[in-house]
Design a protein around this ligand. Structure first.
Ligand code: WT7
Length: 630
């Protein structure tokens, strides 16, 4: 399962392409299966229909927890670093975590949760978040974690899409110097969620909460009613493990479905190889468990591998911009995995926050979520890694379950801004607009994958056709990533960004249509168009062009603030536009299609050459927008 040299990587890669089934069957041997699989892989990308390890029976938590009980019961599984550095951190050993998960799994059962039920988790970054996730997996319930920054409306949409019967939340969350009322937000969401029977509320901030009799129960009270004896539910390899919602180019987020067997195999395999994990490693992934990065590389990957995972509740800039380095120093972190946006924001504080912080424990640095620019790469290398830590620029997606293109730490020669080479089992290719493969090196095109790997999504919840349409129909027979990519003379891959209407704002994936829908819900808004523009820290900023019913000139600022409040309310603060320009018309073709290319150019501040505008219904509108650009 472990690759240790570049020659071994090349060999593994070759084997994985020549005989994928034999390759992955051998990797999968390293896990605990209740019953072995009968067929390693069945697939087609037309329907699509993808099945790994068919007939295999397992429970992922027996691999995450039980199998470590004999080998490392007293090793830390989770180290929790609270928001406030003055408060003590918490360590849960594998034995303690096993106990905790089993007890909470019994709480779920007591509250009517059965195999196949959907459970929504809306929690702060506390150990109980991982416990809730694993307890769902223990009883065979499908978890749907919703990022704590999403609005009540977004929670409700996700709960209703999956028809969740239970919600797990906490009274509140603390981030920096802010307290966020989580249960309150859940209460607002539940006004429109008829399927929810039970809400389990963990006490964290002691924020006052309303507890509805017959529906809401306290985590702590429930835990007193159960034992820690909870045999794991037997799952089929292809039973869903979780749903995670992600944005696409259409308005409604999709529930990406991952299944038990393949996801498990891929999460551990990718984790161990990319980060070249060693016994005793302390892995600090700064993402939130509400995103796929947190699922795969805070919870499942590290714990499957028997590693130690840091869960950090706070933010990088509170109480000061040295907080990450403080966590690294305090817990002797060996692997740090963060996003370019965090690096860029910390760069702005200079080197002072790094002073007197001992970073010598660090061995590997990771980057994820968006293209990393050269300046950030070098700053990370020089000031954090002190030129001693390989940087792994890991490219992947919610849909891929785990990292697909990345250096293997210390093994693959790195090149700033390049995700470098595919992991074994991953067969990328570049295609042109017509879907024709672009062969050779020194080329660029749209990034596709031609063969399944165990962690690929299986469907989108409740709407398989949407899954087919979105990922498998643009280029028949291929999985289309939505990313543009170049392959240089060395065959190294560099991801250049989305080629669809999806934005990447501070590593968060946001659909332009979603933001437009939210803006259009505001009173007085007639129409809007949203595009991305380069932003020094966020990577991309959100630029909204808005047409209003009446002239807003005299109260433009108030209107702007109200629109922001509406977007916050509908999606969440992460989707708030950075710039709003009121316009009287949008550049549309005769068929009514908005020419986003023009709007993007204006948002970028590049108005020199607008290209061909002759197909526009009203070319004069472009000059008016140019003149009013913000
Ligand atoms: C999109 C997926 C799973 C990672 C967290 C985000 C962009 C991700 C990189 C990278 C350039 C990257 C892509 C991708 N992206 N990693 N290393 N270099 N771009 O997951 O929310 O599903 O977003 O993030 O555009 O399609 P996600």
């Amino acid at each position: 399962m472990r690759i240790r040299t570049f020659a071994e990587y090349q060999l593994a890669y070759e084997q994985s392409v020549n005989d994928p089934e034999a390759f992955w069957a051998e990797v999968a041997q390293n896990f605990h299966w209740r019953k072995p699989w009968t067929k390693t892989l069945q697939w087609n990308f037309e329907e699509p229909n993808i099945k790994w390890f068919s007939g295999g029976k397992l429970n992922i938590t027996e691999n995450v927890l039980d199998r470590h009980l004999t080998t490392r019961p007293n090793q830390p599984a989770i180290i929790w670093e609270p928001n406030d550095p003055a408060e003590p951190s918490v360590t849960l050993t594998y034995k303690m975590l096993h106990d905790y998960v089993c007890r909470f799994a019994n709480v779920l059962k007591r509250n009517g949760v059965r195999k196949g039920d959907r459970v929504c988790i809306y929690m702060p970054m506390v150990p109980e978040l991982a416990v809730a996730v694993l307890a769902c997996a223990r009883v065979g319930a499908i978890h749907s974690v919703v990022f704590g920054g999403f609005s009540a409306q977004s929670i409700a949409d996700r709960i209703n899409d999956a028809a969740c019967s239970v919600v797990i939340t906490s009274d509140g969350a603390v981030r920096g110097n802010k307290t966020i009322p989580m249960k309150d937000t859940v209460d607002d969401a539940l006004i429109g969620c008829p399927t929810v029977q039970r809400v389990i509320v963990m006490t964290h901030t002691r924020t006052p909460v309303a507890m509805r009799k017959g529906r809401d129960v306290w985590w702590e009270t429930e835990m007193k009613q159960v034992t820690s004896d909870c045999p794991a539910e037997e799952m089929d390899a292809e039973d869903p493990l979780f749903i995670l919602y992600t944005s696409g180019s259409t308005g409604k987020p999709k529930g990406v479905v991952h299944t038990c067997g393949g996801y498990m195999v891929y999460a551990q395999y990718s984790f161990e190889n990319v980060f070249q994990v060693e016994p005793g490693d302390i892995h600090f992934c700064t993402a939130d468990v509400g995103w796929i990065t947190g699922h795969s590389y805070i919870v499942y990957g590290p714990l499957l591998a028997g590693s130690t995972s840091v869960i950090f509740e706070g933010i990088p800039t509170w109480p000061d911009a040295g907080r990450f380095w403080d966590v690294v120093d305090r817990h002797k972190v060996t692997i740090l995995y963060t996003a370019p946006t965090a690096i860029r924001s910390l760069m702005g504080f200079g080197l002072d926050p790094l002073k007197n912080k001992d970073l010598r424990s660090l061995r590997v640095l990771g980057s994820v979520g968006e293209p990393i620019n050269e300046e950030a790469w070098h700053w990370y290398d020089e000031n954090v890694g002190k030129h001693k830590c390989p940087i792994v620029d890991t490219w992947w997606q919610t849909e891929t379950g785990g990292i697909l293109i990345s250096p293997l730490a210390g093994i693959t020669k790195t090149k700033p801004t390049f995700a470098t080479l595919p992991l074994p089992g991953v067969q990328p290719l570049l295609v042109d607009e017509a879907g024709k493969e672009i062969e050779g090196n020194g080329v660029s095109g749209n990034l596709c994958i031609r063969f399944p790997w165990p962690g690929i999504l299986r469907t989108t919840w409740g709407d398989h056709e949407r899954c087919r349409q979105t990922y498998f129909s643009t280029y028949p027979g291929l999985y289309f990533t939505g990313d543009g990519c170049l392959r240089d003379e060395d065959g190294y891959y560099r991801i250049t960004g989305r080629v669809d209407d999806v934005l990447n704002v501070s590593g968060h994936r946001i659909g332009t249509a979603e933001v437009e829908n939210a803006i259009n819900m505001h009173t007085g808004v007639v129409e809007s168009a949203v595009v991305g523009y380069p932003h020094d820290i966020k990577g991309q900023g959100i630029y909204a062009y808005v047409i209003t019913e009446s002239d807003t000139a005299h109260e433009a600022d108030l209107m702007r603030r109200d629109i922001l409040a509406t977007v916050s309310r509908v999606i969440g603060p992460i989707a708030k536009p950075d710039k709003i320009q009121f316009v009287s018309g949008l550049p549309k073709t005769r068929s009514g299609k908005i020419m986003r290319r023009i709007l993007r150019k204006i948002a970028e501040g590049d108005t020199s050459n607008m290209g061909d505008t002759s197909t526009l219904l009203d070319p004069a509108v472009v000059d008016a927008i140019k003149a009013g650009a913000v």
